[in-house]
Design a protein around this ligand. Structure first.
Ligand code: DX5
Ligand code: ZN
Length: 222
């Protein structure tokens, strides 16, 4: 099943609870929460206090994407503050530290994800797969919303899906960056089943129309 995960990076931060309710009512599946530290990526967004407040206003599944260096320092707190899934970048620390952070997340009953920047080869996921419930293949350089989709990520996405299937058949594979009606069918065809969309949902006035357009565009059964 395809899941649509609007990224609140493109929402009105002054009215976040209402924005979350708007996309929930529009039929979105998850809420994608982008945390940035100004070090792992050249931007600063939102963090723990915002997550904690938002959690009080929505029962949606919150998918936290941590674009932070040494994420093990903060991952447990994202769990405690209300994330349903915490996704950390494999480039953000040494492999043993990433694995230890994934174990800490799972110990709190929260789902885990590993994210890959565009330059990171797909094969890197292998040692992490047993600790991960989801793989996130970035389809833009992390840091900003509204960038153009990198079509050269499609072969990597296919490779990650193939590797993941050997270990966890049906595992969630998420894509993030430049996903819209035009690119959704390409990523679904290449193995993605969770589609993050910032501009393509929160950037539109009619969120219900935006979510259904993405869902219809994703309906590309072979
Ligand atoms: C970028 C973030 C994305 C971003 C996507 O670093 O991880 O989640 O909000 O925005 P769009 O869909 O506009 O490319
Ligand atoms: Zn993201």
């Amino acid at each position: 099943m395809i899941k649509i995960a609007p990224s609140i990076l493109s929402a009105d931060f002054g009215a976040l609870a209402a924005e979350a309710e708007d996309v929930r009512a529009a039929g979105a599946d998850w809420l994608h929460f982008d945390a940035m530290d100004g070090e792992f990526v050249p931007n600063i967004s939102i963090g723990l206090p915002v997550l904690k407040s938002l959690r009080k206003h929505t029962d949606m599944f919150i998918d936290a994407h941590l674009m932070v260096s040494r994420p093990g320092r903060y991952a447990p707190r994202f769990c405690d503050d209300g994330a349903d899934l915490v996704c950390i970048h494999v480039e953000a620390d040494q492999p043993h530290e990433i694995i230890s952070a994934l174990k800490d997340i799972r110990a709190r009953g929260v789902k885990t994800g590993i994210a890959l920047k565009p330059a990171t080869p797909g094969g890197i996921v292998l040692p992490f797969l047993e600790y991960a419930d989801m793989v996130l293949v970035m389809t833009v350089e992390p840091g900003f919303g509204g960038q153009s989709f990198m079509a050269d990520m499609l072969p990597k996405l296919r490779g990650v899906r193939a590797l993941a299937e050997q270990y966890h058949p049906g595992m969630d594979i998420e894509v993030d960056g430049g996903i819209d009606e035009r690119t959704a069918p390409l990523v679904v065809d290449s193995g993605a089943n969770v589609l993050v969309a910032g501009s393509a949902v929160f950037g539109k006035a009619d969120r219900a129309a935006a979510v259904s357009a993405l869902r219809m565009a994703s309906d590309v059964k072979a």
